[in-house]
Unconditional design. Structure first.
Length: 105
């Protein structure tokens, strides 16, 4: 086979649990579902707003670990957006042609 090796496109999925979850994703999801089950067991769900508040932890946790194209999940998207907007915004050029424009200054 020409002594070449082709890496499959989904080689990173073998490092994930069930091919889609990191351990921290499962912790987030299971804690949200567990908290919702505790709310269901001990809470009163007579009115609509109480049902919504009871199901909110599982809904938020499921939203955070939901897969997104071009990213891993929504948690990764949110962390990238926060890093972009809170990170350094002034980029200083330090390339090989930094002194090429000294005549124009």
């Amino acid at each position: 086979m020409n002594e070449s090796y082709l890496i499959p496109a989904n080689s990173k999925k073998s490092k994930l649990i069930l091919g889609m979850f990191r351990p921290v994703d499962l912790v987030i999801f299971l804690s949200g579902v567990g908290l919702t089950l505790i709310f269901i067991a001990f809470g009163l769900t007579n009115e609509l707003w109480q049902v919504i508040i009871t199901l909110l932890p599982a809904g938020i946790a499921a939203f955070l670990v939901m897969p997104v194209p071009n990213y891993h999940n929504m948690l990764t998207v949110i962390s990238n957006v926060i890093t972009f907007y809170t990170g350094r915004r002034t980029y200083i050029w330090r390339g090989w042609c930094i002194h090429d424009n000294d005549d124009f200054e």
